[in-house]
Design a protein around this ligand. Structure first.
Ligand code: ADP
Ligand code: MG
Length: 347
């Protein structure tokens, strides 16, 4: 994983901008009826019957990713996932993306092709059409900006702002694994630097590495909620860590939130590796980012509809704003939740 096996190098400067765009996008397929025109004109054309949700995220080399341990194919996949996750967090379905890249000529064509393999795989797997983008050069690193477009009936679009006193706080999946995956990668990078012949056994960490390198956005959750006939009162995706997302929900909804430590769903691997690293697993769950699970609130009367579902865990409830935001520990202590999430402006 740590070495670049790709030997052939075609300089992108020899291809020209149009040749490059054509090479990277020739395998694009249009699968959504709402895409009337894709790549190749001055603009794409889409026509959806429902209102659209639109979101953009930028990934910058050295800030959001480190190419010494992130394979380009995974990076392309992840760049799409982080955007689709924001669409699903509005309880919408994603249908189109655009991808813009700024790239220095230290990247050969083969590297960009790898990046686009991940992008195409993500689009195919999630049923979204790549309908455009922009390509430009950069003096140093790689920058990827993705815009995702989705749609949903207006009455079912869920914002961060609708939670009410008494609502239940629900989390999908389990958390903390992506952050611990990053810890493993950083440790192995240091080991590799010290001894390039060392072949680490990564098998015990495969779940963590997958969650870090190949995250999956929760496309299934808006569909599941539709099936269960539940419209959450508020929702957000977990890009920065549970505590900071809880604070976003409570601030936007003007409420307080109680979170129960014993309810936080953790994979056993996360618990084991936290022990190995001498880290507190609750702290990791609260502050580790990039899980791309969904956090939402539902009214209490919807509880019977969700309670048997293994994808969903009730981890707390909404209280009046005057109570603030607190973690209730296993010992019954109340600890104020502060923003501890990953933040790219923090050192
Ligand atoms: P314009 O000069 O009109 O902006 P471009 O030459 O930048 O057009 O792009 C030509 C076509 O290729 C457009 O449809 C654009 O959306 C698409 N495109 C450009 N760069 C990318 C990219 N990196 N990924 C996907 N599509 C791209
Ligand atoms: Mg352009």
């Amino acid at each position: 994983m740590l070495e670049n096996k790709n030997q052939s190098r075609t300089g992108i400067e020899n291809l020209g901008e149009f040749g490059l765009i054509e090479t990277l996008t020739k395998q694009v397929e249009i699968n959504n009826d709402s895409t009337l025109l894709g790549i190749g004109d001055d603009a794409a054309i889409i026509h959806t019957k429902q209102p659209n949700v639109i979101t953009t995220d930028m990934l910058v080399e050295g800030i959001h990713f480190d190419l010494s341990y992130v394979p380009l194919k995974h990076l392309g996949y992840k760049a799409i996932m982080v955007n689709l996750s924001d669409v699903y967090a509005m309880n919408a379905q994603a249908s189109q993306v655009t991808v813009s890249i700024a790239v220095s000529n230290r990247f050969p064509l083969e590297a960009l092709e790898e990046l686009y393999q991940g992008i195409h795989l993500a689009c195919k797997t999630y049923g979204v059409d790549l309908i455009g983008g922009d390509t430009t050069s950069s003096t140093s690193g790689l920058i990827i900006s993705v815009t995702a477009i989705g749609h949903q009936e207006e009455s079912k679009i869920v914002k961060r702002s609708g939670a009410h006193d008494g609502d239940l706080l629900v989390l999908t999946g389990d958390i903390g694994a992506a952050y611990m995956g990053l810890q493993i990668l950083e440790r192995e990078k240091a080991v590799f630097k010290a001894n390039p012949n060392n072949q680490p056994d990564m098998e015990p960490y495969s779940y963590l590495l997958e969650r870090q390198l190949k995250p999956e956005a929760r496309k299934d959750i808006p569909l599941l909620l539709e099936q269960l006939d539940v419209v959450p009162t508020s929702m957000i995706d977990l890009s920065d860590g549970l505590s900071s997302e809880i604070l976003h929900l409570s601030k936007n909804s003007d409420v307080g939130i109680k979170l129960y430590e014993e309810k936080i769903p953790l994979d056993p691997t996360v618990i084991n590796v936290c022990e190995e690293f001498n880290l507190d697993s609750t702290t990791i769950a609260l502050s580790g980012g990039e899980d791309y699970e969904l956090l939402f609130t539902i009214s209490q009367e919807d509880y019977p509809k969700i309670k048997a579902n293994p994808n969903l865990t009730v981890i707390g409830h909404v209280v009046d704003k005057s109570f603030g935001n607190h973690l209730i520990t296993r010992g019954g202590e109340q600890i104020e939740i502060k923003a501890m999430g990953w933040n790219s402006f923090q050192e």
